[in-house]
Design a protein around this ligand. Sequence first.
Ligand code: GAR
Length: 219
Amino acid sequence: MSASASGPAPHVPKKTRLGILLSGRGSNFLAIARAIAEGSLAGVEIAVVLSNVVGAPGIAAARELGLPTECFVSRGRPRAEHDADVIACLRQHRVDLICLAGYMRLLSADFIAAYPDRILNIHPSLLPAFPGLDAQMQAFEYGCTVAGCTVHFVDEHLDHGVIVLQRTVPVLDDDDAHTLAARILEQEHLAYPEAIARVVSGRYRIEGRRFVAHAAQTS
Ligand code: GAR
């Protein structure tokens, strides 16, 4: 093939390919998709949206957007066997960075080892407070006056890896667990695209448990 009269084609930087894993509604996935479409999250594309639950609304939403989707039912299957299928699928779609977006399933050690520091999760609490299920309800019933959400790398412990960013939400006197969860969710939708941008930039280092952004270059 010959180069054009004006010279060789310009170099197009490769986009980071995201693999989204979800089990339900998919509002965090949609927030990521929206940020990409609007250009506020640049340099990434969604390679595949994958669920462990048949009929997850997030999968229907992904199909409507024309994105590749896959479903691997996890119920009743050994974790290692299920995760091997998921890893094979992510490799087939050449995924660089995995985003758990309401994926209500623990990953096997093999899965985490296959993507070291390449798996993100969002959790609706200010970790390390309230890991696990119903985090917003836990924070409300505990009497917290500040709640929030956390985006973190996934390690072998539940809701535990290095924190990329957190956003806070005040607990109001007239809140109940549902109104609080709704306001936390609004912050999740801002936090996840921002955290992905930070990781994809590559301008950070991990010191112990700390995610340290590199100082912006002058000149
Ligand atoms: C979100 O609130 C997310 O933080 C939470 O599940 C919800 C999924 O909503 N994840 C966890 O609790 C993980 N420990 P979505 O399907 O609308 O994104």
